[in-house]
Design a protein around this ligand. Structure first.
Ligand code: URA
Length: 248
């Protein structure tokens, strides 16, 4: 996916002018990027990083972008619509045009889910290239062995020829009486049912799963089923994080 866009497209997407008229504005020296006048038509900008102004008035193509953090309860599909009319996470979020969930949590998985109408940001959060960490609290069947832990940490074969990247896995506690283990996983991939498949592959099926963090975002202050908008500082921080990572 392309992250940077041509300045004239940016101005047009911000609703300022047609592309043609935007080109004329650029040619006349009316447009600045990060405070510097730009007259080169092909100049590319990153909508999340660069500050664009026309006649010294800031313009943003992101002004109609929404970013929410939801505490997903169990029993909701992570999907915009369901042909069988089951509850979806959209039922819990404000009705905003173009809003969609970022990635997927299973029907029975709880925890932190982002929703936005910003396709570029969603792509950056989900794509492993940007190495955005996702943290999970995982209750598994059985007392986890060192061998299983080693395998999870090194990367697990979850299907023939599909191996996960190394994961950070900590044992929070082993419960002898109930014969289960509580683990914390940090991964940056988002393969379908990844944690469940990893744990099953090493002989410890998942009993419950909660995503507790994405990058620096946590569930603090949220109840199951509730949401809040990200602050502009949080959006900026996420943007900077993913932007820097792409150059790693
Ligand atoms: N891994 C899973 O197995 N399920 C989820 O919902 C999220 C990560």
């Amino acid at each position: 996916m392309q992250e940077k866009i041509r300045l004239q497209k940016y101005l047009a997407s911000a609703g300022l002018a047609s592309r043609r008229a935007a080109e004329a504005m650029i040619a006349k020296g009316r447009v600045k990027v990060d405070g510097k006048t730009v007259t080169q038509q092909g100049t590319k900008v990153d909508p999340h990083i660069n500050e664009v102004s026309v006649d010294d008035h800031p313009v943003s193509m992101l002004k109609n972008k929404y970013y929410y953090i939801l505490f997903k309860p169990s029993g909701y599909l992570t999907s915009v619509k369901d042909p069988f009319n089951r509850p979806t996470v959209m039922d819990l979020l404000p009705k905003k045009k173009g809003l969609f969930p970022v990635g997927r949590l299973d029907f029975d998985t709880t925890g932190l889910l982002l929703a936005t109408n910003d396709g570029e940001m969603a792509f950056r959060i989900m794509h492993p290239r940007y190495k955005v960490q996702k943290k999970y609290l995982v209750l598994v069947k059985g007392l986890i062995s060192s061998k299983a832990l080693f395998s999870l940490r090194r990367g697990t074969l979850i299907e023939e020829e599909i191996k996960t990247s190394p994961a950070k896995v900590q044992v929070i506690n082993k419960k002898r009486d109930s014969n289960e283990s509580l683990l914390e996983f940090i991964i940056h991939e988002g393969k379908n049912r990844q944690i469940k498949r990893m744990c099953s592959a090493v002989g410890h099926p998942v009993k419950s799963l909660q995503r507790t963090g994405i990058a620096f975002l946590t569930l603090e202050g949220l109840e199951p089923g509730s949401y809040r908008a990200l602050t502009s500082e949080e959006v900026k921080k996420l943007t900077e994080l993913t932007f820097n990572r792409q150059n790693d």
